[in-house]
Design a protein around this ligand. Sequence first.
Ligand code: URP
Ligand code: ZN
Ligand code: ZN
Ligand code: ZN
Length: 484
Amino acid sequence: MTTVIKNGTVVTADLSWKADVLIDGGKIVEIGDNLKGDETLDATGCYVMPGGIDPHTHLEMPFMGTYSSDDFDSGTRAALSGGTTMVVDFALPSPGQGLLDALQMWDNKSTRAHCDYSFHMAVTWWGEQVFNEMKTVIEDRGITTFKHFMAYKGALMVQDDEMFASFKRLAELGGIAMVHAENGDVVAELQAKLMAEGNTGPEAHAYSRPPQVEGEAANRAIMIADMAGVPLYIVHVSCEEAHEAIRRARQQGKRVWGEPLIQHLTLDDSEYMNKDWDHAARRVMSPPFRNAKHQESLWAGLMSGSLSVVATDHCAFTTEQKRYGVGDFTKIPNGTGGLEDRMPMLWTHGVATGRLTPEEFVAVTSTNIAKVLNCYPRKGAIRVGSDADIVVWDPEKEKTITAAKQVSAIDYNVFEGHKVKGLPRFTLTRGHVAVLDGELRSREGHGQFVARKGATPTNRALSTWKELTAPRPVERTGIPASGV
Ligand code: URP
Ligand code: ZN
Ligand code: ZN
Ligand code: ZN
């Protein structure tokens, strides 16, 4: 059965034009005028865009003594209802656990996915087993992106020598390094000091993670990646200090990408001052929300291209889980949701305000990350041969975000009460219409794993350059006699 999307405006990262889109067997087979199919979706007044790719989620993740509450079922349903058709989740080995072993756990969880997905691997410890298994993970499993936590001391954090070793291995294997950039040693000290002074509430979470800890770590990771000769992707960039480091690195020709989150772009640190403990704790995540100066920096980064991707870091905990940290802010599970709201919030605060063009919206929600991850143009594109992961976007459709009507399994929404204008009319995942006029009709288990190849053009260019500029012995004509 074929499906045709009629009367819409196709919007890609570089071009918009009026055209119909014909889908067969889960792929886009034709783009043009007056196309016909067995089933017709009317896109009058709508934009026909590549479905969103959220490259940063934590579904059913064991973390801080509990598990994040959205799993691959509720999480990917939430994604589709907000116009996102692919998620990339982090497989997280516990310290000492092998990479392949951890991957098996993520394989088991992800069988429930309603949309396509891929994985990043986390390097949470270092040793011969990790070194060896990295090759299998990249070459046999198609997972090429590896996250390193520079924070969460005593749990997930890795030291500089471990990071350098891992980055060098990735350079050799054609992988990409990712970092959570915060100086975990300084955070741990600040946390202890704040607790000792009686600063136990959720606001102290923000005090313990000032922009300096993020700026320092971002700079450090950039320099270590440069010395290792590996491309670097910095997740959840929240402040000017980290953005400034990324901007400078890119100007110098370093291969670095920065990923702000929709939460940091649209919510600020006044949330932590709320008199209601639950309200503030529900917004505890790392890095924390920042003030308007930092938010404007992030928006400017998206507008100018120094920041490349908008993600969510979707890691949803219920109010009950957040309350593990009553009396000790360091025990509040870190993480916030956003999968369902990323696209409408970014459209409302980005495109409707004139900060972003519709084409730039497509770039930062889908195409740019598909290129970084090396799954473009299968994903992130409206082209003949691409997967029919498509969102038909109605710029006039409005709603007020509320937990009462969300798909996510938790009992609140950090964007509660925000009005959004711009929502999916239809969302298609490999041709299946998962959202029809706002109604969710996705299928559990429809989602497939997206394997990716390493040694991307960026990897190859960087290796060539590093090889060309590597230190070499000077060839001398005369060698003085020794001991003279
Ligand atoms: O607070 C956060 N960001 N929780 C999820 C884990 C991580 O650091 O990405
Ligand atoms: Zn992180
Ligand atoms: Zn994360
Ligand atoms: Zn808003």
